[in-house]
Design a protein around this ligand. Structure first.
Ligand code: AKG
Length: 252
């Protein structure tokens, strides 16, 4: 079986939509029962993590300590879509984590680099995206994301505006259901749908950062020194390294 047969890719239309709009939903990339299983496995792991001042819990060592989650990174529909957008040998960046009760304000995922004066994320060869795997349906009370289409090609206006949407462009909030995946360019402006009431179960999600395999991915990875929580003391799990050797993608 060829890699293309093993990892069915996207058609031209979704690829063009991602490049134009800066985001794309992969409907039912995972089976809802797979997400329910992930929730069951992750809930005690979250419970063992300290509370953050904002009430959120983070598992930044998901793919360093817990090999039972490795299958997510080699899930054929996800790998096929990422190969279509980022090339056959794309990279997972060392910034893969699970969040519970996290409600991000307006930002680009490159705003912290921009604040530090970096500009490599505007290099035409730079192409990185975030994979949002939600454990609940989107709702107006919270649970999904709001994005500004096209903002991945517009300057970062979040500095120093803080938690407002500074773009005069309509916001979209994709109607993601359990099992759907939201792919978004790391330069797109976005925020979590604000929490307006308690959800039936804690909001949970997994985020995976991925890149075209080029030196800018390595530049970004070096930048993660400002996000020490992801890398310091956390090496990829040896079983994940073994899996990498059998897969088309790599670990940055
Ligand atoms: O809080 C959320 O669910 C959004 C997370 C987010 O914006 C991010 O990881 O960049």
């Amino acid at each position: 079986m060829t890699q293309t047969q093993k990892f069915p890719g996207l058609g031209l239309d979704p690829i063009q939509r991602f490049l134009r709009d800066g985001y794309l939903v992969l409907p039912q990339c995972f089976e809802p029962h797979q997400i329910e299983q992930l929730r069951t496995e992750l809930t005690p792991i979250f419970a063992a993590k300290p509370n953050n001042p904002n009430g959120a819990k983070y598992v930044e060592d998901l793919f360093c300590e817990f090999p039972q989650f490795n299958w997510i990174l080699s899930h054929p529909p996800l790998v096929g879509a990422l190969r279509s957008l980022l090339g056959p040998d794309y990279l997972y960046i060392h910034e893969l984590s699970a969040h519970q009760e996290h409600w991000a304000p307006w930002h680009k995922d490159t705003t912290s680099q921009e604040k530090l004066g970096h500009s490599y994320h505007w290099d035409p060869r730079f192409l990185m995206l975030n994979v949002g795997i939600y454990f609940q349906d989107r709702s107006d009370d919270g649970g999904g994301m709001e994005l500004v289409p096209l903002s991945h090609i517009l300057p970062d206006l979040h500095i120093p505006h803080g938690d407002v949407n500074p773009y005069q462009i309509n916001v979209v909030s994709p109607d993601t259901r359990v099992g759907d995946v939201l792919l978004f360019h790391v330069r797109i402006s976005h925020r979590a749908i604000p929490k307006r009431r308690e959800l039936p179960r804690p909001k949970q999600a997994i985020y995976l950062t991925c890149s075209v395999n080029n030196e800018l991915a390595r530049t970004y990875t070096e930048h993660t020194v400002v996000r020490k929580e992801y890398t310091v003391g956390h090496d990829w799990h040896p079983e994940l390294r073994a899996l990498e050797s059998q897969q088309p993608w790599g670990l940055a």
